[in-house]
Design a protein around this ligand. Structure first.
Ligand code: BTN
Length: 266
């Protein structure tokens, strides 16, 4: 596993491991031990890979499991935008590594290939004491990215796919990572701590799965339906429902037809 040349030139470092519980958990331990980044933690295998909402993330050898530590990115308030910064970077990386493919982004943080889940982003934040009385705490972000390169699980309540489906030309995890590390430097430069979010939002929307279509969004206690209009200037999903516009902060977008029997849509 090697970092891309642009990332290296920008002082980004790499910690490559054979096996770890979770690269996000390892990144957190490193931050608690004084690491500020920019550093990628990559592992060939994870024994306790984590997805959003405390879900398990299956992490066999051959797939990409990578977490980026970044500090000094601006206000803690803008940290959630990093999911979009990383999503656009992942799209740029996949398109340049695979040369073709039908890649997309499913709000908020899913990477898609041909309408099936290819990977995901898990954003976490660690508050670290600075020792400075004027600004006693600082926020360090962890951007965890998993891409199914060689394998995808087949027992999930949704369809998953791996890059291997692209055939002989499918890029390896190492190739995807080299492109990703460079692409993230590029998108972070566009983002500039939030100042360039509008431009990234436009690019994100060019990859958005289900944009303009009727979708369902599973929230904590209900599922809402409506037309996926856009994402707003803070990255929230905007739906046109029969009761008017609805802005959604957190949830899971469900694409495809509504299930006939209750209980099978997850
Ligand atoms: C999701 O779609 O739910 C997010 C999946 C994120 C998985 C990656 S793999 C690298 C990093 N380490 C983890 O434990 N999770 C993220």
């Amino acid at each position: 596993m090697e970092i891309g040349s642009t990332a290296r030139a920008h002082g980004v470092r790499l910690l490559a491991l054979d096996e770890v519980d979770s690269t996000n958990s390892e990144a957190r331990r490193l931050i608690e031990g004084g690491e500020w980044g920019p550093l990628w933690v990559v592992a060939a295998r994870q024994t306790k890979g984590r997805g959003r909402m405390d879900r398990e993330w299956l992490s066999p050898a051959g797939n990409l499991h990578a977490s980026f530590i970044i500090s000094d990115f601006g206000e803690t308030l803008v940290a959630p935008q990093l999911g979009f910064v990383a999503g656009v970077a992942a799209m740029r990386a996949l398109v340049s590594a695979a040369g073709r493919g039908r890649f997309g982004l499913k709000w908020p943080n899913d990477l898609m290939l041909d309408g099936a889940k290819l990977g995901g982003i898990l954003l976490e934040n660690v508050i670290v004491p600075t020792g400075d009385a004027r600004a006693p705490a600082s926020s360090v972000a962890i951007i965890g990215i998993g891409v199914n390169c060689a394998n995808s699980p087949d027992d999930l309540p949704y369809e998953a796919r791996a890059l291997a489906a692209l055939g002989a030309e499918a890029p390896s995890a190492a190739t995807v990572f080299a492109h990703l590390s460079d692409a993230l430097v590029e998108t972070l430069e566009i983002w500039r701590g939030g100042a360039g979010f509008a431009q990234l939002r436009e690019e994100w929307l060019t990859y958005a799965s289900g944009l303009g279509a009727d979708i369902r969004v599973a929230l904590a206690r209900e599922t809402v339906e409506g037309r996926f209009e856009t994402i707003d200037s803070s990255g929230r999903l905007v739906l046109a429902t029969s009761d008017g516009a609805r802005v959604v902060e957190a949830g899971d977008v469900l694409l495809g037809p509504r299930p006939i029997a209750a209980g099978i849509a997850r």
